[in-house]
Design a protein around this ligand. Structure first.
Ligand code: ZN
Length: 243
């Protein structure tokens, strides 16, 4: 039931044709998909699977599949409430058109890329991260004071700097030999596929990441620090929003 994760090579793909490999109580499995499954702090995609007869199965979320032997790329497309009756009508082998909610995903891509910029602005370990349609929230393990205006100014500079964003691959062994690349303690590098994807923001940041990003920091647009608080004695929480 291995799923080919097409968003890994091209985050801008909004749709693809696919074959249903299984339908179970959690949802629909496909042989390939453009839907990003919740992981690495980034929310799962929503959208629709369009059946050959034009019927739309609305998808509310995408999760990593949990079956035995599942790879990190195996995904299950979770139907929206009220869509489950449609599941009885579809079966493995059927062809579908998978279409993501691009407005939602593009916000994830912009905010996710912004969270990498945050890592460059604040040189502390990240011990929590959540990227949704509304915000990017990062917890930094530090007791140092953080100045909201300084962070916003530096972020604006990096966004305006139009830095290129690209992926590179290294082997699991190379990754293991370069632990300094890992910035997020709470998110393990996406290992287990034999190779690890690194996300490079030219001249700004380099770290393992399996999420979806924009091609250039300029696409992020204006950002504001919506919240800056002391989460614990050793952690500062920062919430970023698109303006
Ligand atoms: Zn990332």
């Amino acid at each position: 039931m291995a799923t080919r994760a097409l968003f890994r090579e091209d985050a801008y793909l909004t749709g693809c044709d696919a074959t249903i490999t299984a339908v179970d109580e959690l949802g629909i499995h496909l042989d390939q998909t453009v839907f990003y499954p919740l992981g690495g702090g980034q929310a799962g995609d929503a959208g629709a699977l369009v059946l050959a007869d034009g019927t739309r199965v609305e998808i509310a979320d995408t999760r990593k599949a949990k079956f035995e032997g599942a790879t990190p790329d195996d995904a299950v497309h979770v139907p929206a409430p009220g869509q489950h009756a449609l599941l009885a009508r579809i079966a493995a082998g059927e062809r579908v058109r998978a279409e993501i909610d691009w407005t939602r995903r593009y916000r994830h891509m912009r905010l996710h890329t912004a969270s990498h910029l945050m890592c460059a602005v604040l040189p502390y370990a990240v011990d929590g991260c959540s990227i949704t349609t509304e915000y990017a929230r990062l917890d930094f393990a530090t007791v140092e004071p953080i100045e909201r205006e300084q962070v916003e100014a530096r972020l604006a500079e990096l966004v305006g700097g139009a830095h290129g964003v690209a992926t590179e691959w290294i082997t699991d062994d190379e990754m293991a030999a370069r632990p300094e690349l890992v910035r997020t303690m709470s998110v393990k590098p996406p290992m287990g596929l034999g190779r690890v994807r690194l996300l490079r923001i030219e001249g700004v940041d380099l770290q393992p990441c399996g999420g979806t990003h924009v091609r250039n920091t300029q696409e992020i647009g204006a950002l504001r620090v919506a919240k800056l608080e002391k989460k614990s004695a050793r952690t500062r929480r920062l919430v970023l929003e698109l303006v």
